[in-house]
Design a protein around this ligand. Structure first.
Ligand code: NAP
Length: 282
């Protein structure tokens, strides 16, 4: 069996097309959606992520404001800038690119963002809304993974889902969103003795670890949906995920590639959250 590829680029293109239409309608009514992106420091990977987010905004018609500050920028100045963006009616979403320099308290910065503009969904309020199932901003990566799973046409209800990784930004909210969709959810992490024992029973596997080769073919149930969140580099510099793609695709029913799977969907859901924030505001 060779798995069907879940094409994150194609799904993103389709969703972003709808978003461009909605953005044009809101703009015509005098409410152009706006996203402010703040980058502090000169981490090259962060610079690429920020560039991609700004480009996606521009392609969709969303106004993007990019603030770049040196690594020496103070926490007080950053908080003051966030306060100004909170008060700016043309800004509907605020994203502070992580990681921040060590002298800045990331938690304090996230909590300074107006919850209505927390398009990354990282604040404690957004986390609580995700936990309780109340309306609010869902963290972009797990939100995008849900769209990828839904795109297979398989009913999530009653399925056994195994999430590997329990970070606050990916693994935990992923487990909550799957639970909300009525999956039976198992969460594995670095202290789980035998991850394969769990994944072999899973209809859906989401790998969010950051370690190549975490999910091997003998760990996957035939026909399962496999979502690979990980971003790693091979010895020869190529991008790869946490899943042993070539071998697992012979066992799984559906699989996301890296690159071209979860990555584009993360940005797409950032745009979705920005539009949601703009519509709520209006
Ligand atoms: P993270 O904060 O480092 O969390 C990694 C998780 O993996 C932790 O919960 C950790 O467990 C678990 N883990 C580590 N080693 C393990 C092992 N040997 N076996 C089982 N679990 C293990 O990372 P993250 O922010 O969640 O991101 C995970 C990966 O996804 C990274 O590669 C990141 O670059 C990627 N990512 C991709 C996107 C995208 O858009 N494609 C977005 C976000 C993240 P403990 O809690 O026990 O330490």
């Amino acid at each position: 069996m060779t798995a069907q590829l879940i094409d994150g680029n194609a799904l993103s293109k389709r969703l972003r097309g709808d978003m461009a239409t909605l953005t044009a309608e809101l703009t015509a009514r005098g409410h152009r959606p706006g996203l402010a992106v703040i980058l502090v420091g000169d981490d090259p990977a962060s610079a690429v992520y920020v560039r991609n987010k700004v480009a996606a905004c521009e392609a969709t018609g969303i106004l993007s404001i990019l603030d770049r500050y040196p690594a020496t920028f103070s926490e007080a100045d950053l908080l003051a800038r966030i306060a100004a963006l909170n008060a700016d009616p043309s800004v509907h979403g605020i994203l502070v690119q992580m990681p921040l320099p060590r002298h800045i308290d990331a938690h304090r910065v996230i909590e300074a963002i107006d919850p209505a503009k927390d398009v990354d969904g990282y604040s404690v309020l957004s986390a609580g809304q995700t936990l309780t199932g109340l309306p609010g901003m869902r963290p972009c990566t797990p939100y995008g993974c849900m769209k990828l799973i839904e795109s297979t046409g398989q009913d999530i209800r009653g399925k056994h889902a195994v999430v590997i990784g329990r970070s606050n930004t990916v693994g935990k909210p992923m487990a909550l969103l799957l639970l909300q969709a009525n999956a039976t959810v198992t969460v594995c992490h670095s202290a789980t003795p035998d991850i394969g024992f769990h994944t072999r029973q899973a209809d859906i596997v989401v790998a969010a670890v950051g370690r190549a080769g975490t999910v091997k073919a003998d760990m996957v149930k035939p026909g399962a949906i496999v979502i690979d969140v990980g971003i790693n580099r091979t010895a020869d510099g190529r991008l790869c995920g946490d899943v042993d793609f070539e071998a697992v695709r012979e066992v799984a029913g559906w699989i996301t590639p890296v690159p071209g799977g979860v990555g584009p969907m993360t940005i797409t859901m950032l745009l979705a959250n920005t539009l949601q924030a703009a519509e709520r505001r209006i």
